[in-house]
Design a protein around this ligand. Structure first.
Ligand code: FAD
Length: 293
């Protein structure tokens, strides 16, 4: 069975919380291996991530994995947070450096994600399965592609069990990256991060900051749809479902879907993937679980 996982962000208002609850209920039918919850670097959502993880774990019954970024934090703060997650029952952490909001002062005690992975292993042994981030299209601050790959390897050597990629729309970028990683001696699963397309201007904004490339032809098509949100969604769903099929046929070990706390784009994607003949080996269960959504 192809493992899938869903990523949520921590809601801050009652309305956002209600939306996440509705989304979580709908996406539960897809039996994700786990769900993860992002973390605002520099402490901006420090108080929201643990509470969201608790809700996802205790009230929705998911295996919930908090993201934890080290930038801006002290060793003591990170240790406390990890102990809180351990006591809650979490057994998986997504370990990141994060990005310090501009103008924020202290960079924190741990500089890179590899330092955080080493810290978690040193302080908590094998309590947590550790996922790290990686970048088929190269991290925007990396000196070059080879340096970025070395830094990815440092996270694995420090004890990471698996990696989730930044999102991308070029299957070739993923396959090439996985090949390069294997040649560099990185053996952990590299799970593609998948961003469904539902809002073009939002996607363009995200992509500019995180260095993910929207291919020109895709951008041009979406620009041409203008305000026709339905056309953008349909086109996006086709592109992303085709991408996922190619990734799975090419050996990707699973899919990690950035839900943005919305159920519909993920449901649309997964229902297209569950079509007959798809390499996505979940179709039959889903047809039953989701009533053929
Ligand atoms: P690192 O692995 O530390 O790498 C950061 C940069 O430093 C890279 O350019 C790398 O090449 C370089 N580098 C690493 N080690 C060294 C070294 N020893 N010497 C010199 N350079 C080095 N951000 C959040 O704030 N919250 C989240 O919840 C969150 N979730 C994410 C989930 C996923 C799956 C992904 C892909 C990203 C996520 N991010 C999140 C974004 C992430 O924090 C940023 O991309 C950040 O800029 C880098 O984090 P990292 O863990 O990859 O850092």
């Amino acid at each position: 069975m192809t493992p899938i996982s869903f990523e949520f962000y921590p809601p801050k208002t009652d309305e956002q919380r209600a939306q996440l609850d509705r989304t979580a209920l709908k996406l539960k039918a897809y039996a994700p291996e786990y769900v993860s919850c992002t973390f605002g670097a520099g402490g901006s959502t420090l108080s929201y991530t643990p509470e969201t993880v608790r809700r996802l774990y205790e009230e929705h019954g998911f295996d919930a994995a908090p993201h934890l970024s080290c930038v801006g934090g002290t060793r003591e703060e990170i240790r406390e947070l990890l102990a809180r997650y351990r006591d809650l029952g979490c057994r998986r952490i997504v370990a990141l450096r994060g990005d310090l909001p501009s103008g924020m002062g202290h960079p924190g005690d741990l500089r890179y994600a590899s330092d955080l992975v080493a810290f978690i292993r040193g302080e908590f042994g094998d309590t947590f399965r550790i996922e790290v981030a990686c970048y088929p299209e190269i991290h925007p601050q990396a000196d070059d592609a080879l340096a970025d790959l070395r830094h990815f390897k440092a996270k694995v050597d420090a004890g990471a069990d698996a990696a989730i990629t930044q999102y991308f729309y070029s299957a070739e970028a993923y396959f090439h990256f996985v090949d390069a990683a294997r040649k560099a001696g990185i053996e952990v699963p590299i799970v593609p991060g998948i961003m469904p397309v539902s809002n073009f201007s939002q996607l363009r904004r995200f992509s500019e900051t995180c260095g993910a490339e929207i291919p020109r032809w895709m951008r041009k098509r979406m620009q041409a749809y203008g305000d026709d949100a339905e056309a953008v969604r349909e086109f996006g769903a086709d592109i992303v479902a085709t991408l996922c099929r190619r990734l799975l046929e090419g050996g990707a070990p699973g899919l990690h879907i950035y839900t943005l706390n919305l159920a519909k784009p993920t449901q649309t994607l997964l229902s297209r993937l569950a079509a007959p003949g798809s390499p996505f080996r979940r179709s039959e269960e889903w047809a039953v679980a989701t009533g053929g959504v």
